[in-house]
Each structure stands twice: as C-alpha cells, then as structure tokens.
Ligand binder design. Structure first.
Ligand code: GLC
Ligand code: CA
Length: 539
C-alpha cells in the first residue's frame, strides 16, 4: 500500500498571517478553520501548521514556552481540537510543527535550568564554562553574533543556535528525550497527521567539536524517536534539513531505516548568494545552475527506497516569482510556470500560503517596518561594521523573511480581508489586484493552475510514481523532462526565462494536460514564450 503522503499535496499555513477572526490584527486558529472550505476547494490533503504553541513570540512561535498549550493570541486548545476535527471532515490532515532543537528561555525547563548548576533541569540545556573569560568557542548563531550567551547567575554560557531567547536543548540527556516523545504522543493522540521537524538536523550536535548539523547521534536519535512515537502509525514526518545531500536525504527517508517520511532540502537556496557566504550577500541566479540542482534531486534519489519533498516557498524564504521569476509583467505566467515545473516532479509538493495566488515580495524603505528578528539583528550588527543602510535594506528586500510573511490577501477590502483591526505586519499594497476573491473569479488564474495540478496528481499514478527523465541539450533556459510509467509517457516543458526560446522534439503530441499559454499543437520547431510551460501526454 502506498503511504498517503506520497499522493499528497501539503499546504503550509503561517498562522500569524493567515486569517484574523477577532480583529486584533493577528491571524488565529478560528481564522484558519473558517478558511478550510477554501483549502478543500484548492484540493490539498494536509496542512503544515507553523507553530501555534504557547510562546513569547520572539521568533513568531519558533520559541516555545509550553508544547502542550496553545498561545492565547492564536486561541485555545478547544479551537485547536475543532480545527483538527473540521479539517478531518474535509479529508485534510493537520501536520504540526515540531520545534525541539531548542525551546524559549521562558519554558519551565529553562527557567529551572538556569537557576543553579545542580538543578535537576540543568542538563536539559547545554552549559559550558568560560574559556579565558570568553565564549567557549567560535560557534555562531544563525541570527547573528555568538551562539553562546553568558548567564551571570551561575557564571556559565548556554548554547543558542538561534536567538538568545531560544536556548538549545541537550539531546544527550535521555530524560529530556523521553519528555519530548511524551509530548509528541500527546499530539498524536489528538489525531494529527504528523510532524514537520524544525531544524532537525541540529539535534545530534556536538558543540565542543564545533559540530552543528549531521552530528554522529542525529540518526540514532531519530530512530529512537520513531520507535517511541509515530512508528506503525499512519503519520507523515518531514525534517527541515538545510545541509542534506541526496545520500543524506536517503538515510532519513529510507523506510527500512525507520526515521522520517522525507526531508526538505535547500540546495537551490544558496544559488543566488555569493559562494561560501551568508544569504545576505546577493548574486544573480544562473538558470543553468537552478536547472542542475532541480535535476540532481530528481535523479540522485532512489525513489524506490527513499522519498523527497518539493517546494519553492516557505515562511523563511522570499516569494519565488519575485526572486527567480518576474512579479511584474509576467507575474501570472511565471507563477504558473513554477507551479507546473514543480508539481509534475517526483516527490511530495508543498504550497506556501499565498503562493497559489501569486503573492509577491513586499519591499520596505526603513528598518522600522521590519518584524523579523533575523533581519533586524543582521541589520544592526552590520551597520556597526560599516555596511551602508541601502545595501542592508537591499539584502532584506531581496532575502528577508518578512517578504513571505505579509498577511494573506483574501479580497480587495481594507487590509485585504485579513483583519478588521490593524495587521501585525503591513499588508502588501498590491492586494487590490492580487487576492483570493479575484483569483476565484478568474477561470484563468494561478489558483486554478494549482487546483488542476493537484487534481492531475491525485488522479494519475504517473505523477506520483513515474520515473523522471531529463531531456538533454535544451540549453540553460529550458527545463524539459518526461515522467514515465509503464507505457505511459508525459512530457513537461518549461521556459525558465523571460526570453523567447526555441525547442524541437520528436515525440508525437497526444494531449496537452495543462499549460500557461494557448496549448501547442505540435512539438516540432516550437517557440516558447516568456515563462511558457506545459505538460502533455506524448508517444
Ligand atoms: C527554522 C524555522 C525558522 C526558525 C528557525 C528556528 O528554520 O523554519 O522560521 O526561525 O528554525 O526555530
Ligand atoms: Ca486574532
């Protein structure tokens, strides 16, 4: 039997920005429940819900102070139970975000841990003595500065790979691990669909040896977690793994190893930054390189013994059409092109809220408009080092996380129908034209391309199981491939660029399944329009 998540399309909801139900300007669980019919219409099978647990909100919920409570700004546990049940009625599963590399510094474990060196919770976190009056070593935080924070009370440093207020848990402690498994079972018993595992590649860390990701204990811990929690249950698990290679992705997702269903890999994310540097150092994307990475992850994974996820966007990365497409004159065409290319590939596709209507990045003019801790910390750190305001804002406007976090654009009503109050983060002014209501009213909208792609996947095993075969020698700007299952052969052609391109194929065209321009009638001597893409049955 094929696991349900191999046929599934997952939709990520960023709760703070999805739908406000009570006018406080902050999206909430009741708001999500009120939009389930919309998601059912799109056709998705599961929602990955970014964190709604109790949290001080330093990193919008990725700093959790109680794993078994809902943050009051998002609602109550009753609201959460209702969301799970209402989603189930529509055959939608709720996949929870599992953030267990770190907690909030307001979690009761950390409050205890920092009290004294002999506190029973001391060892739940990673504490080290100063070395010659300094940090224990050079490890840095993803949110700027050292990964070590001095705590006066006991005269030691604790480790935090993210904000100071996100102390890293010590996975070497078996009691801590058991508490996490218990918490996971609490959620599993509520009837959720699985877990998306935040920065899971970090849990095997060995900070004394400067090992962050892919540490020696990572896979043993995942096996143990599997055995104590989701083993034998019909759940989906997806790990966030920035440093996975295809071989590593196979280790995570080979069913025989009993770890995870699949991982998110991010190899294409570094293509538009300068080699060896951080994401803020911009570089123009080379389409040939993008194509290479896409093909690599289709061909270097053995899908008979492993699985993979497919995505362009999430809450940490910019909107794909603004980044690699054209969010102005070819907004609709490039959005559909990205959708067709990705949803016809082998793996489980994810859609990030707003992607299905072609939402775009939202540039700011001043750092005061920014809410994201990563961008804010980077800005202040580099300003001090002498970078100019303009270049820092340019980096933030290109790569900053707020770009994809602006409120969901539901209609052309004030604040895009997201809230009746003041939104926590500015609404993108283009909501007047780009919104769900407009998309639903236009049979030619990006929304219906996504809807159709989901339907094609659900109804055709070739999309789920077909082999991927690249068509070679098409140049950097054209990505063309087949999916092949038994005697069936589907063709996918995409012009990744905004130039007109030429392509001639020998196959006989049988039926165009989906396209973003008027369908071709012949595969010979084709002229591909800017961002043109289509899929067709061929012989
Ligand atoms: C992951 C999340 C990101 C968060 C970080 C720390 O990368 O996706 O939003 O800031 O982990 O939890
Ligand atoms: Ca609210």
């Amino acid at each position: 039997m094929t696991a349900w998540w191999k046929n599934a399309v997952v939709y990520q909801v960023y709760p703070k920005s999805f739908q406000d139900s009570n006018g406080d300007g902050i999206g909430d669980i009741k708001g999500i429940t009120s939009r389930l019919d919309y998601l059912a219409k799109l056709g998705i099978d599961a929602i990955w819900l970014s964190p709604v647990y109790k949290s001080p909100g330093i990193d919008n919920g990725y700093d959790i102070s109680d794993y078994e409570e809902i943050d009051p700004q998002y609602g109550t546990m009753e609201d959460m139970d209702e969301l799970i049940q209402e989603a189930k009625k529509r055959n939608i599963r709720i996949v929870m975000d599992l953030v267990v590399n770190h907690t909030s510094d307001k979690h009761k474990w950390f409050i205890e841990s920092r009290k004294s060196k002999d506190n029973p919770y001391r060892d739940y976190y990673i504490w080290r003595d100063p070395v010659e009056g300094h940090e224990p070593n050079e490890l840095t935080s993803a949110f700027s500065g050292s990964a070590w924070k001095f705590d006066k009370k006991t005269g030691q440093y604790y480790l935090h790979f993210f904000a100071d207020q996100q102390p890293d848990l010590n996975w070497k402690n078996p009691e801590l691990r058991q508490k996490i498994y218990d918490m996971m079972n609490f959620w599993i018993n509520k009837g959720i669909g699985g877990f998306r595992m935040d920065v899971i590649e970090l849990i095997g860390k060995d900070p004394d040896k400067m090992i962050r990701e892919n540490g020696p204990m990572l896979h043993p811990y995942l096996k143990e977690m599997n055995e104590h929690t989701f083993n034998g249950k019909d759940l989906m698990t997806v790990g966030e793994t920035w440093n996975a290679t295809p071989a590593i992705a196979e280790e995570y997702s080979d069913p025989a190893r009993k770890e995870l269903s699949m991982v998110f890999q991010f190899e294409n994310q570094s293509l538009d930054q300068q080699a060896g540097k951080e994401k803020w150092y911009l570089r123009k994307l080379d389409l040939g390189e993008l194509k290479k990475v896409l093909v690599k992850w289709q061909t270097q994974i053995d899908f008979n013994h492993a699985w993979n996820s497919l995505f362009w966007e999430n809450h940490d990365i910019p909107r794909v059409i603004s980044r690699w497409g054209n969010d102005k004159e070819y907004r609709v065409q490039s959005a559909k092109m990205f959708a067709i290319v990705l949803h016809m590939m082998h793996g489980t596709p994810y859609i990030y809220n707003g992607e299905e209507i072609g939402m775009t990045n939202c540039p700011v003019k001043n750092i005061n408009e920014v809410e994201d801790i990563e961008s804010i910390n980077m800005y202040h750190e580099r300003l001090q080092k002498g970078y100019s305001k303009n270049e820092l804002l340019r980096s933030i406007n290109t790569k900053g996380r707020d770009n994809a976090r602006t409120p969901m654009q539901w209609s052309n009503k004030e604040n895009s129908g997201f809230t009746e109050g003041t939104p926590w983060l500015h609404v993108n002014p283009n909501y007047q034209n780009i919104n769900v209501q407009a998309a639903l009213g236009d049979p030619d909208s990006i929304f219906y391309t996504y809807q159709k792609l989901i339907k094609l996947r659900h109804e055709n095993p070739i999309v789920v199981d077909g082999d991927f075969k690249l068509i070679k020698n098409t140049g950097d700007n054209i990505l063309a491939y087949y999916r092949i299952l038994g005697n069936e052969k589907w063709l996918v052609v995409a012009n990744l660029s905004e130039n007109k391109e030429q392509l001639s194929l020998e196959d006989e065209l049988q039926k165009v399944l989906i396209s973003n321009y008027p369908p071709k009638s012949n595969l010979k001597n084709m002229t591909l329009e800017p961002y043109e893409a289509f899929s067709a049955i061929v012989k």
